[in-house]
Design a protein around this ligand. Structure first.
Ligand code: SF4
Length: 201
């Protein structure tokens, strides 16, 4: 079952967990079925400190292009939808002039084309959460890469993208509910530095 003790959240996963699945399906098995954390304990404080620093950076400066017609925004919004089986915190929700809403996700890593594809899935899950919670359309999302020279990319939220993202959520739940060890990632280079390489046969 997913890693949470809150019964309200037991049948939901986060977009970050979907990202882990996309990196390697076995991450889902080790994390969500066997519940083996990928982080050593002593990394917790380092990560926490970085989070605080990053939050300050984010709130102190607007990284979004001025041309985006924003009427108002909400920051760090927790959303959960048991029907979608997804929960998570959206960095920002923008209220746009055309009546639509748009999620913003800040990435503290430089832009990389290969990772951008999985970030689009994550963005689409945020879009679905917003649509279902607010009852308003989401047709765009924004990913702001704020390290290594900031760069903001917009993502079209299409019906095809939504169906694709929901299918991925289904695939993650197939592993969690069946508790079956999935195939390894096809990109074996990822195994070199993987936390689980010693237990992954
Ligand atoms: S060692 Fe390779 S196959 Fe196993 S979990 Fe890590 S990345 Fe996936």
């Amino acid at each position: 079952m997913p890693r949470t003790s809150d019964p309200q959240q037991q049948l939901m996963i986060t977009p970050s967990e979907v990202m882990e699945y996309l990196y390697c399906p076995r991450f889902t098995y080790y994390l969500n079925v066997l519940r083996i954390s990928q982080y050593e304990k002593n990394r917790y404080k380092v990560l926490k400190g970085r989070q605080v620093h990053e939050q300050r950076l984010r709130h102190n400066k607007s990284y979004l292009p001025k041309k985006i017609p924003v009427l108002k925004k909400e920051i760090d919004v927790y959303l959960a939808d048991p029907g979608l089986r997804v929960r998570g915190i959206v960095d920002e929700i923008l209220y746009l002039e055309d009546g639509t809403l748009a999620p913003v996700d800040y990435k503290f890593s430089p832009f990389k084309e290969s990772v951008y594809k999985t970030h689009k899935v994550q963005m689409c899950l945020y879009a679905l959460l917003i649509e279902r919670t607010y009852g308003r359309p989401v047709i765009k999302g924004y990913i702001a890469y704020i390290r290594g020279g900031s760069k903001t990319l917009d993502v079209d939220i299409t019906e095809g993208m939504k169906a694709h993202s929901q299918k991925i959520v289904d695939d993650v739940f197939d592993i969690i509910l069946s508790e079956k060890l999935p195939e390894k990632t096809k990109s074996r280079v990822r195994c070199v530095d993987c936390t689980y390489k010693n237990i992954c046969v």
